[in-house]
Design a protein around this ligand. Structure first.
Ligand SMILES: Cc1ncc(C[n+]2csc(CCOP(=O)(O)OP(=O)(O)O)c2C)c(N)n1
Length: 338
């Protein structure tokens, strides 16, 4: 019996774009996926009344933290804000510790004692934030200068939203960093709204990167939803700042796809604006790009999602089973013990 010749495979040849890097591309996707699944679970816990405090998600802007967190070295400093869970995860914060912290568990990184968005890990160079807009910017600037005096080639990453660019702290930190050549990347996440205030009511310049000239520094405008391009750009920038220390404004265009927090129905956000950015969802863009480059099959994408979901499930269940702090220890850790 004669066998029919096997049909020629019709899979299209991979289309690589400049900057495609399968290994980093998959790692960045994993970071964003873990973040999205973690935040989805936190939103559910919030609506179940199990979280005291608000939940402010990064939905739609996950690429910025993922790309910039991956671009730094082990001795660099990061000051993420409420929407920067990809920075925490990208710098190595276990998802388990995030659930512990949001649920106020004694086992968490802050021992269940601080507001649920105020967490970090100094050992990993990630500062716990405080809520006052702009307040972390001078902190990072000063810390980087201190490191430099110790002979350490640290670069700092200070995150802020478009709204925080209207604060005095922003001006003071950027001007101080410019005058003293502090190697700080001010990562401005322009997500089009500061709570209900649109960017048209926040600044007049065409792009916030234009402000850099007034401080005598470099300003870069980037697409905040394309993680791989942003990663390549930031990695190059870090190398340049290590060699020649100075601050840079890195303005990333993106969109806040939810309300300011889960308590906010964001009815004031134009639906066509949301639709425009929904078509450029950073996770969808990443999956499409990796798959076009021949670096992610549909099966591998599904496997990755299953792995991340299992990690989130296990972390959430474990944290829920752990205890809050003992009220008898309330005053412990408030004052320095000598
Ligand atoms: C100095 C100061 N003013 C006001 C607030 C109240 N507040 C908290 S978040 C927020 C909006 C922040 O917008 P933006 O900086 O663009 O960041 P986004 O929430 O969009 O990520 C405001 C007004 C604050 N925390 N600090």
């Amino acid at each position: 019996m004669t066998r029919k010749p096997a049909k020629a495979r019709t899979t299209p040849a991979p289309r690589r774009r400049p900057g495609d890097d399968p290994q980093h591309g998959r790692a960045l996707l994993r970071c964003r996926l873990l973040t999205r699944l973690t935040e989805d679970r936190l939103v559910r816990l919030y609506h179940q009344g199990r979280i005291s405090g608000g939940v402010y998600t990064s939905r739609g802007q996950e690429a910025i933290g993922a790309a910039t967190a991956a671009a730094g070295g082990p001795d660099d400093l990061y000051a993420p804000l409420i929407r920067d869970m990809t920075v925490h995860i990208g710098r190595g914060e276990p998802v388990l510790d995030i659930f512990r912290h949001y649920l106020g568990r004694v086992t968490g990184p802050m021992k269940g004692r601080d507001g649920n968005v105020h967490y970090g890990c100094l050992a990993r160079g990630v500062y716990p934030m405080i809520s006052h807009l702009g307040a972390m910017l001078p902190v990072v600037t000063g810390a980087v200068l201190a490191r430099r005096r110790q002979g350490r080639p640290t670069v700092g990453f200070a995150y802020l939203g478009d709204g925080a660019t209207s604060t005095g702290d922003f001006h003071e930190a950027v001007n101080f960093a410019a005058v003293f050549d502090a190697p700080v990347i001010f990562v401005i996440e322009n997500n089009q709204f500061a709570y209900s205030t649109p960017t048209a009511r926040q600044f007049r310049c065409a792009n916030l990167a234009d402000r850099a000239a007034g401080y005598g520094i470099e300003g870069l405008a980037a697409d905040g939803n394309e993680a791989l391009d942003l990663f390549q750009l930031t990695r190059g920038l870090v190398e340049r700042l290590r060699a020649r220390p100075r601050p840079v404004l890195l303005v990333c265009d993106t969109m806040r796809m939810r309300g300011h927090g889960e308590h906010d129905d964001f009815a004031y956000v134009p639906r066509d604006l949301l639709a425009r950015y929904a078509a450029r969802d950073p996770l969808d863009l990443a999956r499409a790009r990796l798959s076009a480059a021949g670096a992610l099959t549909a099966a591998a994408a599904a496997r990755l999602e299953q792995e991340c979901l299992a990690e989130v499930d296990a972390a959430c269940q474990q944290a829920l089973a752990e205890p809050p702090p003992d009220p008898a220890t309330l005053t412990e850790g408030v004052y320095a013990a000598d």
